[in-house]
Design a protein around this ligand. Structure first.
Ligand SMILES: Cc1ncc(C[n+]2csc(CCOP(=O)(O)OP(=O)(O)O)c2C)c(N)n1
Ligand SMILES: [Mg+2]
Length: 621
């Protein structure tokens, strides 16, 4: 009989988490870097007691909102290339369901987060407990069932005996490059506090090896042959390149073959912006260089991307008649998209093997010089936008330029939703891997400041700049208080254009006049078309302990950025930007269906354009 010790389920949980380690490429370290939590009656006694005398290596953090803490955990995992994670505990009911939005974001972005919502009594005796949803058809349902479709592993621990197998499954999924995402272990509040004789083996240090699986050899040979036959190959680098720490392998592959490299939102920074073959963002928010090369490519090598509509310009980006795809991905789901020749394996290993298969082969000199010409033209366009000198209110593109030029090459810029992601994707000059952190799988407003916290926690040595629109800020700014509490240094650039410039522009393009996207007072007309709702963002941020100031032109912004670098703590720079001075699209399209019948002539015109444009969509069968 193995030795046992009597612990509550919650005590056993944290004892186990503290003992988990991960290993890749000979580097080994603890997997969990801490626990975030907000207490309520559903976790204060069981989980709260266990955390009060938790094992030493697990720091505890108190955020201001459950959704935000899961954003923080996801950003932390992303900035750690998925090699470290945070656990998040909540009460039952609203505390738990507040996590759902960010949990979906973590799963979509393939990021490990461990969610530990409290749950209704397993005994069901105090039924219904405060905040319990009573399902008329089942006593077995609670709001935590809502986590099922958004979790890569979901379990409810109704008995202490279930804990070991659930924990081992949770760790298998969290540390799996192919399966990772949100993992939910729901803990009924009575079970958390229940004692059981747990086998001490469960708490022994356990190391999870993150494998670098090799792709099928025959598939590598076939892929190399297809590339050798191609005249205009093109690489799309996705987030998997960064997660796999394959930036060096990508660079070696690109340099050996001369193939140009475009980047998705998650993959941006896979090559430094000034590499001659780095043609930048591809897709809806792509550069002229990447989008033209993508359009004419005959073989597209996609690495570590899920090929979202933004990357494929809604399946219109790759327009050559006989275009073929080669997909390097850890998941079959992604590797088989677009009828690709699948290289199911780790990005780094797969690129190395493919490079070996292409030894002695390079693209034509003409194609390489075309790449360089496109690249040069694009960089001139970025310079133009960086120095537009638009007035009287500055343009967003110039603010991006000012920050790019003022920031350290190792700095991280972070963003998630609004018009900034598209502008950043095109314009940001990424100098180091991880220097560009866009949550664009879920593009969740509210991720920005909470995510900034997560990045700073993961990489305290890097300057972190959060770029956030006024709309996103108003959705979730409260984590400034958490950053202040933790003594973290963050610089937040708040770009104020009185509402939703991005969706406003989209609304105009579909004939809907920006309806419902401006922050205006209700007027005598009964509509929201009155005067602008002014918000004192400086006072708002300062009230939470940030150093806050307003900067309205190039000089003021430059000065504010310089003084933020000298300061510790949270700095917020509020910058009014011209809502209508947008960065346009470059040879791209996005499928947003327009009303087929409408009394509005603008909509009718937009529908005609839509009907014309959607002929570009390809099926890649
Ligand atoms: C949680 C959430 N709700 C709604 C959306 C849809 N949406 C995308 S951008 C946007 C507006 C963002 O406004 P703001 O942060 O001010 O940025 P701007 O568009 O003005 O650049 C909205 C509503 C979203 N992405 N996330
Ligand atoms: Mg806005």
């Amino acid at each position: 009989m193995a030795a046992t010790n009597r612990f509550t389920v919650a005590q056993a949980l944290f004892r186990f988490l503290a003992a988990q380690r991960v290993r890749r490429d000979g580097r080994e370290h603890p997997f969990f870097a801490g626990v975030f939590g907000i207490f309520g009656h559903g976790n204060v006694a069981g989980i709260g007691e266990a955390l009060l005398h938790r094992p030493a290596p697990l720091p505890f953090y108190v955020p201001r909102n459950e959704q935000a803490m899961v954003h923080t955990a996801a950003a932390f995992a992303k900035a750690s290339n998925r090699m470290r994670a945070l656990a998040c505990t909540t009460s039952i009911g609203p505390g738990a369901t507040n996590m759902i939005t960010a949990a979906a974001g973590a799963t979509i972005n393939r990021l490990p987060v461990l969610l530990l919502p409290g749950d209704i009594f397993a005994t069901r005796r105090p039924d219904p407990v405060l905040q319990q949803l009573e399902h008329p058809a089942s006593r077995d349902a609670s709001v935590n069932d809502c986590f099922k479709p958004i979790s890569r592993y979901w379990d409810r621990i109704n008995r202490p005996e279930q804990l070991p197998s659930a924990l081992l499954e949770a760790l298998r999924v969290l540390t799996s490059p192919a399966d990772t995402g949100a993992v939910t272990l729901a803990f009924p509040q009575d079970v958390q506090a229940e004692a059981y004789d747990f086998s001490l083996d469960l708490f022994e240090p356990r190391t999870w090896t993150i494998a670098r699986n090799r792709p099928d050899t025959a598939a590598v040979t076939a892929a190399a042959e297809a590339i050798r036959q191609s005249a205009r190959p093109f690489i799309v680098a996705g987030g998997g390149v960064l997660y796999s720490e394959a930036t060096g392998a990508l660079r070696a592959f690109a340099e050996a073959t001369g193939i140009p490299v475009g980047e998705t939102q998650a993959g941006k920074g896979a090559l430094p912006f000034d590499h001659p073959q780095a043609v930048g963002a591809v897709g809806v928010t792509g550069t002229s260089a990447a989008n033209r090369l993508a359009r004419d490519a005959d073989v597209v090598i996609v690495v570590g991307t899920r090929l979202s509509d933004f990357t494929t310009a809604s399946k219109s980006a790759f327009a050559a008649e006989r275009v073929r795809f080669i997909a390097i991905n850890v998941t079959e789901l992604d590797a088989l998209k677009h009828s690709a020749l699948p290289l199911v394996g780790d990005a780094r290993i797969s690129l190395e093997e493919l490079r070996a298969g292409l030894a002695g082969w390079r693209v034509s000199a003409a194609y390489l010089s075309e790449t360089c010409v496109e690249k040069r033209q694009w960089e001139q366009e970025v310079d133009r936008i960086y120095h537009l000198n638009h007035g009287p209110v500055i343009s967003q593109g110039e603010v991006i330029g000012l920050l790019n030029e003022a920031s350290d090459p190792n700095a991280v810029v972070l963003c998630a939703a609004g018009s900034l992601p598209g502008d950043l994707h095109k314009l940001w000059r990424t100098r180091t891997p991880g220097g560009y952190h866009l949550e664009y799988g879920y593009s969740c407003m509210g991720y920005e400041i909470a995510g900034g916290l997560g990045v700073k926690m993961a990489q305290p040595e890097r300057d972190v700049y959060v770029m956030v629109g006024d709309g996103s800020y108003l959705m979730m700014a409260q984590e400034i208080a958490t950053a202040v509490q933790e003594g973290l240094t963050l610089t937040i650039l708040l770009l104020d254009n009185h509402g939703f410039s991005s969706i406003g522009g989209l609304s105009q393009s579909v004939g809907c006049d920006g309806f419902g996207t401006r922050y205006r007072r209700r007027s005598a007309s009964g509509e929201l078309d009155g005067s602008t709702v002014e918000i004192d963002f400086v006072a708002n941020a300062a009230s939470m302990g940030a150093h806050a100031e307003r900067a309205t032109n190039r000089d003021e912004i430059t000065r504010a950025l310089a003084s933020a670098t000298q300061r510790t703590g949270v700095s917020v720079i509020v910058i009014p930007v011209d809502r209508e001075q947008r960065v346009g699209g470059y040879d791209s399209w996005w499928d947003v269906p327009v009303a087929e019948v409408s009394p509005l002539s603008d909509v009718q015109r937009a529908r005609q354009t839509y009907d014309h444009d959607r002929r570009r969509v390809r099926d890649y069968l």
